[in-house]
Design a binder for this molecule. Structure first.
Ligand SMILES: *Cc1c(COP(=O)(O)O)cnc(C)c1O
Length: 346
């Protein structure tokens, strides 16, 4: 079993800390729920007292509702005419849709008048949004405009945020408020104090994953086999390169374990890593994310579905069946079999 264990008290203390640092916080629950699952995040958002949560796509709305979240649900991906689920959201009184094109503003005002919406402004991300210089001509009659959204790049620039919010302020509906993403918390508070309209900020990663010491991922050891050097193992008969042990551990491709994370190849060293990994792969020594007997150990073969074959060299039995061993995971691509709150001891 691939398990995520959360120290509930410590994690929740961090969540409350973020909520205090970010007035108008809108927790984001989308995708795999940052490893925790969207239902759990919705419950935590409710516990934090959030009046609003954001999901990525219309198809994620229901899980948040079923989890009991009773506040507003913002859909971050902008409405598009071909998406029936997005269109159904327009008439759902609990949902606020995002609109990012002039033609979509017109279509919604015509076909679903009174829809609660956020109007997205284009930023330097070049993702979605209406150009700031065309805002003054934007006719929003017929829509229930709850605010304007400004989705900045990862390390959002406060100057860009200020410039766009100023453009919003000049619109007759500018006072509805602006919703930011990815500003530094201090920058956000300073900007919020400067701006004439209410502000909100959507946060996912820094909220849920901002205190990585408060949760940990483990795989369960399912089997341990002593093998001699040159033993054929796995689906493809890879040969062990020394005497040692094959340890079968929960956690495989089905969970997203050991899927290559997209690299942001900035440094020369980082560019060399894929090459080094390719060489290691040729030699049959790809480091697995599992720690056994104190070290990350190589895969005996590429992982498959629910478990991985890990090779540990040397004479000493490295683990017992049932042991829970640490595994390094990327939280936004991992699906755990179980997510549990650890019971505090003592
Ligand atoms: C996903 C998303 C967020 C949250 O992103 P994190 O980096 O996880 O905090 C915020 N705003 C928008 C518009 C998003 O799509």
């Amino acid at each position: 079993m691939l398990k995520l264990s959360i120290d509930g008290d410590a994690w929740r203390a961090h969540l409350r800390g973020v909520a205090e640092a970010v007035p108008g916080l809108v927790p984001v629950a989308k995708g795999n729920g940052y490893g925790f699952g969207n239902a759990r995040l919705a419950q935590e958002a409710a516990k934090l007292g959030s009046d609003t949560i954001a999901v990525g796509i219309p198809q994620e709305v229901n899980a948040v509702k079923v989890a009991g979240f009773e506040g507003d649900i913002v859909v971050l991906n902008p409405w598009r005419p071909h998406d029936d689920a997005a269109t159904a959201c327009l008439t759902d009184p609990q949902v606020i849709s995002t609109v990012s094109r002039v033609e979509d503003v017109k279509a919604i005002a015509r076909n679903a008048p009174g829809s609660a919406v956020l109007i997205e402004i284009a930023t330097s991300m070049h993702r979605h949004g209406i150009a700031a210089d065309s805002l003054q001509a934007l006719d929003l009659d017929g829509l229930d405009v709850r605010g304007w959204t400004i989705h900045l790049p990862a390390a959002g620039s406060v100057d860009e945020a200020r410039r766009l919010a100023t453009a919003v302020a000049a619109h007759p509906k500018g006072s509805a408020g602006v919703w930011f993403s990815h500003l530094g918390f201090d920058d956000y508070r300073a900007l919020a104090a400067e701006l004439p309209m209410p502000t909100r900020m959507r946060v996912g990663t820094r909220l849920w994953l901002g205190a990585p010491e408060t949760f940990r991922a483990t795989g369960t050891v399912l089997d341990v086999h002593k093998v001699g050097k040159g033993t054929e193992v796995g689906y493809h008969g890879a040969r062990t390169r020394a005497d040692g042990y094959i340890v079968v551990v929960s956690g495989g491709t089905a969970h997203g374990v050991a899927l290559a994370a997209p690299a942001t190849a900035h440094s020369f060293r980082q560019r060399l890593i894929p090459l080094a990994e390719a060489l290691e792969e040729v030699r049959g020594r790809v480091t697995s994310p599992f720690t056994l007997a104190g070290k990350k150990r190589p895969f005996a073969e590429p992982p498959h579905m629910h478990s991985s074959l890990v090779f540990v060299d040397g004479p000493g039995e490295p683990a017992r069946v049932g042991d829970e061993v640490p595994v390094t995971v990327r939280m936004t691509t991992t699906t755990f079999d179980e997510v549990v709150f650890t019971v505090p001891r003592g």
